[in-house]
Design a protein around this ligand. Structure first.
Ligand SMILES: Cc1ncc(COP(=O)(O)O)c(C=O)c1O
Length: 384
């Protein structure tokens, strides 16, 4: 389930109209100029956005693509992951993570998340890898790891990168929710071999439509992804590879350039709201915010709490006009589309228990402390 876009409540879960209001004139001018130039795909806007976004992330290269799922797909394909390969990730993520793995022809395995952070647990990853490399047949060994920086909190990457080096695995960060998140001083999107970002409208940096990007330090990989996004052609109608139609359109790139200028400030506002929520919930026993480990500067794409009687609390908040979300209500291993993989309830207990206790609260830069206080008061008044 994706983050719900603005709903008609007193305190919406997310308010994109408020975000775009001060930018509207500039965005309308950009659309008008794009119509006049008729340069709709690729071109200068895309090249400039790629340069600016790479600078923001701290990566050597950014390649703009059509959406975050394609960013994952093209990055995996570009890294040479395909038929016969296995990739390890987590069950607590949006389905795009596993769709991309399956759709390049590979198979995925899951390791459970940490109960406090709800992110990939490096200890579980270590035992999974030890098992697969020490005991299992070679065909069961993964070639890549996809840690997901969910909610805008970075996964504990140092041990994961260490394990990847030990077992000679590739690391693709799913940074779809992590624009501007930092881990030990380094940006999400610079912590593995490549990273995939989504600019879905509800993201911290969102297009007015669909867009995504791959970041990497590897020039050859960036070049391969540029070719893959354009039907595998390097010269018009000459195709060294079979690729995809996964181009970033110029209008979205132009809009993203306008919005990128505000991103640092928007993330700072999100952090202020998160700090307020954190201190307020410290005195409400039943509320346990998802933990952000030391060394992280989150970009708080979402602010997520664990609560008992989550569904009843969600109904209570809705009755008070407060929008909330669930990220995610059913872990991937229990999804109907993966029934043939024969996972069962109990396979990944932390992901499963999180799915029934997690609640995402209103979190967007324009929310403000006063409305956040009303959210806290409404939660404090919940008695079932
Ligand atoms: C964790 C995660 N991965 C991947 C994606 C896919 O991005 P997109 O919707 O742009 O294809 C999303 C977006 O919803 C996401 O949240």
């Amino acid at each position: 389930m994706k983050a719900a876009v603005a709903v008609a409540t007193d305190i919406p879960f997310l308010d994109l109209v408020a975000q775009h209001a001060p930018l509207k004139e500039e965005i309308v001018r950009l659309i008008s100029e794009t119509l006049d130039s008729a340069a709709f795909v690729g071109g200068a806007q895309v090249a400039s956005f790629e340069k600016e976004f790479a600078g923001f992330v701290g990566a050597a290269h950014a390649v703009g693509v059509s959406n975050g799922t394609d960013a994952l797909r093209l990055a995996l394909h570009g890294m040479g992951i395909g038929h016969g390969d296995r990739v390890v990730t987590v069950p607590n993520t949006f389905i795009a993570t596993t769709e991309a793995i399956s759709q390049v022809g590979a198979k995925f395995d899951f390791v459970d998340v940490d109960a406090d952070t709800c992110l990939m647990d490096p200890n579980r990853l270590e035992s999974f890898l030890r098992d697969r490399f020490d005991k299992g047949p070679a065909s069961q060994r993964p070639r890549a790891i996809v840690p997901v920086h969910l909610y805008g909190h970075c996964v504990d990457m140092d041990p994961i990168v260490g394990l990847a080096a030990k077992y000679e695995l590739l690391v693709l960060e799913d940074a779809a929710q992590a624009h501007g998140a930092r881990y030990k001083g380094r940006g999400a999107g610079t912590l593995g071999h490549a990273a995939a970002f989504s600019f879905y409208a509800a993201k911290n940096l969102g297009a007015c439509g669909e867009a995504g990007a791959v970041t990497t330090a590897n020039a050859a990989l960036a070049e391969k992804i540029r070719i893959l996004r354009e039907h595998g052609q390097n010269v018009k109608y000459y195709h060294p590879l079979e690729g995809y139609n996964a181009r970033l359109d110029a209008m979205q790139a132009g809009i993203l350039r306008i919005k990128l200028r505000g991103l640092e400030q928007w993330n700072a506002s999100r952090r202020e709201i998160a700090a307020f929520y954190d201190s307020a919930f410290a005195s409400i026993d039943s509320v346990r915010p998802v933990k952000v480990r030391a060394g992280n500067v989150s970009c708080y794409h979402l602010y997520v709490i664990h609560v008992p009687r989550r569904d009843a609390l969600q109904v209570h908040l809705k009755a008070k006009g407060i929008g909330t979300g669930l990220h995610y209500p059913l872990p991937l291993h229990l999804q109907e589309c993966y029934a043939s993989l024969q996972y069962s309830a109990g396979d990944f207990p932390n992901a499963e228990s999180s799915a029934s206790t997690l609640l995402s609260l209103p979190m967007f830069p324009e929310l403000g402390i006063e409305r956040a206080r009303r959210v806290v008061d409404a939660i404090a008044s919940f008695r079932e």
